[in-house]
Unconditional design. Structure first.
Length: 303
């Protein structure tokens, strides 16, 4: 499988279809081999593997062949159909470039395409209006699934594996937050393993469409939210409170070198715990409401 080098967005990208698509120069021949010459070719292509489909988008995987050689590359394609967010694909690319410039390990942009603003797409194209495409990282395995594998190992191997993996995640988060960048949907599933070496794990951050550079109280809240999302992922894996607290120590220990005050770190750490309690209470109330609705629903009468 071929690799492509990181290229500055958007200036280093080739323009296709009169500028409607910006494609990594190393993938132009792959697009031609796939038959993707226009934006509609990508948006309407049904010969892709759809892994998730929602009302406003679908997620797909595609193996692109090189028109000039036997090389191929696997990419992830996210197509959007929500007309209220016409710039969503380009916004994610901008976020990736911001993270890249800040030294945050994240995904690489393969291509971005979008219809001109104000364009009314016809019913025949399913109202798709834009796409964002990234290059596969490693073999696509997430830190969540890797941590689940470690969790089933004997105690010593489990501790060693989890410590290495979670320390790597902490390093990425410190680089992100130290640059005043916040993911805002930060679960372990969004960290993808670049290296399969358990002794020296390496991860990259994906799904950056919600990432923002913030300051003041908005930054503090976003940091708390990111950390609580990660803690929620860890609890979902069955990690003990001691293991989660050990991760906090790694993260805040590294963050101390980013000129954050001790008082601020203590405040954020306590707020993360409180937000986790609030989440569990809210989920408990939601379950109780569903049970009550079930009890109050009239029983069907046998005839």
């Amino acid at each position: 499988m071929s690799k492509i080098t990181e290229t500055v967005w958007p200036h280093g990208f080739a323009e296709l279809d009169e500028g409607r698509m910006k494609v990594h120069p190393g993938l132009v021949s792959h697009f031609r081999a796939q038959g993707w010459h226009t934006l509609d070719d990508v948006l309407r292509d049904s010969d892709v593997s759809v892994t998730e489909e929602r009302d406003i988008r679908d997620n797909c995987t595609v193996v692109l062949q090189n028109e000039e050689s036997a090389d191929h590359i696997r990419v992830y394609l996210k197509r959007h159909r929500d007309q209220r967010r016409p710039h969503e694909a380009a916004a994610e690319a901008d976020a990736v470039e911001t993270c890249r410039k800040a030294g945050v390990a994240c995904m690489s942009i393969a291509a971005v395409g979008q219809r001109p603003v104000g364009h009314q797409s016809g019913a025949s194209d399913g109202d798709w209006h834009s796409f964002f495409m990234s290059v596969e990282i490693g073999d696509g395995k997430s830190a969540y699934h890797k941590a689940a594998e470690f969790s089933s190992l004997p105690a010593d191997d489990r501790e060693r594996g989890l410590t290495g993996l979670l320390s790597e995640i902490a390093s990425v988060m410190v680089q992100l937050h130290g640059s005043r960048l916040f993911h805002r949907d930060c679960y372990l599933q969004h960290f993808i393993l670049e290296s399969s070496d358990d002794a020296k794990p390496s991860v990259r951050l994906i799904d950056l469409q919600g990432t923002r550079q913030l300051s003041g109280t908005k930054a503090v809240y976003a940091q708390i939210k990111d950390l609580e999302h990660l803690a929620h992922s860890m609890r979902g894996l069955g990690l003990s409170n001691d293991e989660i607290q050990a991760w906090y120590r790694i993260y805040f220990g590294q963050l101390a070198g980013q000129n954050s005050s001790a008082a601020t770190r203590i405040l954020i750490r306590n707020a993360v715990v409180l937000r986790g309690v609030w989440r569990r209470q809210k989920n408990g109330i939601s379950r109780l409401k569903r049970i009550c609705k079930g009890l109050l629903r009239p029983a069907s009468v046998a005839t």
